[in-house]
Ligand binder design. Structure first.
Ligand code: RM4
Ligand code: MN
Ligand code: MN
Length: 396
């Protein structure tokens, strides 16, 4: 291990933060039902407490993403409570996620609904989220739209484009100068014929049309099989439109599995694009790394710790790619050497340095082990068991 590699890994770890999703600590399920976990977070305080634990163990998660309807059901009225929790548990509110997909009114869409009163309702909710974000000092507003249709001919795709363009322009006009609007795309689910914001091209055009503070959010689970996600990232970086990531892994669809559990090389390649951009331009793109996962079977905190540690490892691996050498190998089309130049970084075991980095920051060397020894899980299981027992698990 050379000093150079060691310092590259250290620098990368110093820089790397990843945001925890509040909903990743709560009971979630599939469309067939929920499996209730006795230790799952029920209240927003539980979620802050769990996020605070993950941050205390890893030192890499200073913020928590909030879903307004789930976490601040009374909107602005709940802001003071959130501020107190942030203070108490040592994690700050991060991205603010509007919810325009859950209420009955949104059956046929939100900003793309043919009914103007429902479009207005969705618009007002997102504007309120901007206000909540402002009061909490949060920069990113990250809406995801479930809008779409299930059958050909049942909706005008073009009318809906125009409604989205118009509403997103109004939303952008409501941003403070510091804020950003991150537009997330998804090609399927819950709509199964057409989704209004289906891919990065649509999100890109909508963002560019909305205004200069709008960017694209890439959720790694929101692609067709075999799509080259790092190429999408490269294009968004090239156009300065890359705003943030929702990280998770998947085998089939939007599976929301722990990061790197299925294909760690994929995440490495995405991080490589981020590092390569920084090497070439002299600065890191201002991109929010966020987790968007739903842990149905694994324990929520353990799944989150696993994800954060894997993210640190893959980010650190991508930081040690020899960019100078790689660029010259690319120029001479030395294919095998170029590929190996990338692969050697991927196969490098960064874990000893990661442990050293943790020690130097007063963090546990093995966050999972320390978590298991801490008694936290036993305590919350006892505290939350009865509250979780009353939660309905059925879907019908
Ligand atoms: C969606 C998307 C959004 C998330 C919702 C709950 O599939 O990933 O980011 O907020 O799920
Ligand atoms: Mn997402
Ligand atoms: Mn998703």
């Amino acid at each position: 291990m050379t000093d150079k590699l060691e310092s590259l890994i250290y620098e990368a770890l110093e820089r790397f933060n990843i945001e925890l999703p509040s909903w990743g600590f709560a009971n979630t399920g599939t469309r067939f039902g929920k499996f209730i976990q006795p230790a799952a977070a029920v209240t927003i305080e539980d979620k802050f407490s769990d996020a605070g634990q993950v941050h205390a163990l890893t030192g890499a998660c200073p913020t928590i993403a909030l879903h307004v309807q789930w976490d601040l059901p009374k909107g602005l009225e709940d802001v003071a409570h959130v501020q107190r929790l942030a203070q108490r548990y040592g994690v700050q509110p991060g991205s603010i996620n509007p919810n325009v997909f859950q209420d009955q009114e949104y059956k046929y869409g939100s900003l793309g609904n043919p009914d103007p009163t429902i479009r207005k309702r969705a618009l007002d909710h997102i504007l309120e989220c901007i206000g909540i974000a402002e009061t909490l000092g949060c920069r990113d507003i990250a809406p995801w739209f479930a809008d779409g249709s299930n059958y050909p001919g049942t909706q005008s795709i073009r009318n809906r484009i125009a409604w989205f363009e118009d509403a997103l322009r109004r939303i952008h006009a409501g941003l403070t100068p510091q804020q950003r609007l991150l537009i997330e795309y998804k090609p399927f689910e819950p709509a199964f014929y057409h989704t209004d914001v289906a891919d990065w091209g649509m999100a890109f055009l909508l963002a560019r049309n909305a205004g200069p503070q709008a960017y694209v959010l890439v959720d790694t689970g929101h692609h067709y099989q075999a799509q080259n996600i790092e190429q999408i990232v490269a294009w968004l970086l090239h156009h300065r439109m890359m705003g943030g990531f929702h990280f998770n892994d998947r085998r089939y669809a939007d599976d929301d599995l722990t990061l790197g559990s299925i294909d760690p090389y994929q995440i490495f390649r995405i991080f490589h694009e981020m590092h390569s951009y920084a090497w070439q331009t002299g600065h890191f793109a201002d991109v929010a790394y966020m987790i968007d996962q739903s842990h149905n079977l694994k324990g929520k905190l353990e799944a989150m710790i696993q994800t954060v540690c894997t993210a640190q490892e893959l980010y650190a691996k991508a930081a040690i790619v020899d960019h100078v050498r790689l660029a010259s190998l690319q120029d001479t089309c030395s294919l095998v050497e170029a590929e190996e130049c990338l692969r050697v970084a991927f196969w490098h075991d960064v874990r000893p340095i990661l442990r050293e980095w943790r020690r130097s920051h007063g963090l546990p060397e093995d966050p999972m082990h320390t978590f298991r020894e801490s008694g936290y899980l036993e305590r919350i299981t006892a505290e939350r068991r009865s509250r979780n027992a009353t939660i309905a698990s059925t879907y019908a």
